[in-house]
Design a protein around this ligand. Structure first.
Ligand code: NAP
Length: 286
């Protein structure tokens, strides 16, 4: 696109506060270029108190929709006129589509993580097995739904604040097939026993946050370790898991896969998650 945006230019973006760290513009702009689409994807910094007004304004300005990130996912759920099953189960929305004067809220995080795990570990890796999710926030909620969709028999939710793990397990038990258990970090050795997959869905290990203080000694050596934190890409947890020869999955896979239905919704083309896309995002992260 040169010069001014044309009337037919398709507009979309990502709303967060702050937003400058987001990799979503690099991701969607890679696909826009690859498919030769006349479209733009913008980072939009919106304070919590301005969220609903900003969403209405973007809809009126002709945006096809927006991705929603921290801290707006619950507010996005609340303002949606319609919600998909994933959004209802998650109680949060990471994708808003403006269609026929209505706001459609979706949540693509759980399916994004499932697609990433399937691609890295195989479709049946977790079937009938035991998964452990660390954390009890929005990302952990998506991780529980994701592991359930991969056929986990049992999911142990382990959180620094055990009460939050218990609240998450009781909120989700009716929505999943897997048996859910809640534990505190102090019970980690017991939680790790027999695990086939460990997913870190806490914010520990993120750039400018302390690393996750968790010994991997109790984890069976055939267990895989996934960290959904993607900045840095190789977290301290993944480094230590690799050193013990666990199979590992980083957070970029989830990020790329959760974006597929968003791009489809905004621009009408189904994009692919490829090695070239990963390389472009790794470069953007560096
Ligand atoms: P959140 O709602 O703020 O939850 C944070 C969780 O981390 C809580 O369970 C908290 O425990 C735990 N925690 C924080 N610091 C900790 C520490 N030092 N040790 C142990 N536990 C700690 O955050 P969220 O929205 O769920 O997001 C979590 C992470 O997921 C973020 O890093 C985010 O970037 C990432 N994420 C990645 C993707 C992707 O596409 N790859 C998508 C979504 C989210 P307490 O309850 O005890 O406070």
């Amino acid at each position: 696109m040169t010069g001014a945006m044309r009337e037919k230019t398709k507009l979309a973006g990502v709303i967060g506060w702050p937003i400058s760290h987001s990799l979503s513009p690099a991701l969607h702009n890679f696909w826009l270029k690859q498919h030769g689409i006349d479209g733009v994807y913008l980072p939009v910094a919106i304070k919590p108190e301005e969220f609903s007004r900003a969403v209405a304004a973007l809809g009126e300005a002709g945006f096809a929709g927006v991705n929603v990130t921290v801290p707006h996912k619950e507010a996005a759920f609340a303002i949606s006129d319609l919600r998909d099953e994933r959004a209802e189960a998650a109680g949060a929305v990471n994708l808003l589509l403006f269609r026929n004067g209505r706001i459609e809220g979706r949540n693509t995080d759980a399916d994004g993580l499932a697609a990433s795990l399937k691609q890295s570990l195989g479709a049946d890796f977790l079937r009938g097995a035991l998964g452990v999710v660390l954390g009890a926030g929005g990302a952990a909620r998506a991780a529980v739904l994701s592991l359930d969709s991969l056929g986990a028999r049992e999911i142990r939710i382990v959180n620094r604040t055990p009460q939050k793990a218990a609240a998450l397990a009781s909120a989700l038990q009716a929505k999943v097939r897997a048996k859910l258990f809640a534990q505190g970090l102090g019970d980690w050795n017991q939680a790790a026993n027999g695990a086939r997959l460990l997913v870190n869905a806490t914010s520990a290990g993120m750039k400018n946050s302390p690393p996750l203080e968790l010994s991997l000694d109790a984890l069976p050596l055939d267990a895989a370790v996934c960290d959904i934190v993607y900045n840095p890409l190789e977290t301290d947890l993944l480094k230590r898991a690799r050193a013990r020869a666990h199979r590992t999955v980083d957070g970029l896979g989830m990020l790329m896969h959760q974006a597929v239905p968003a791009f489809e919704g905004f621009y009408g083309v189904t994009p692919r998650v490829t090695a070239e896309l990963r390389a472009a995002l790794e470069k953007a992260l560096a």
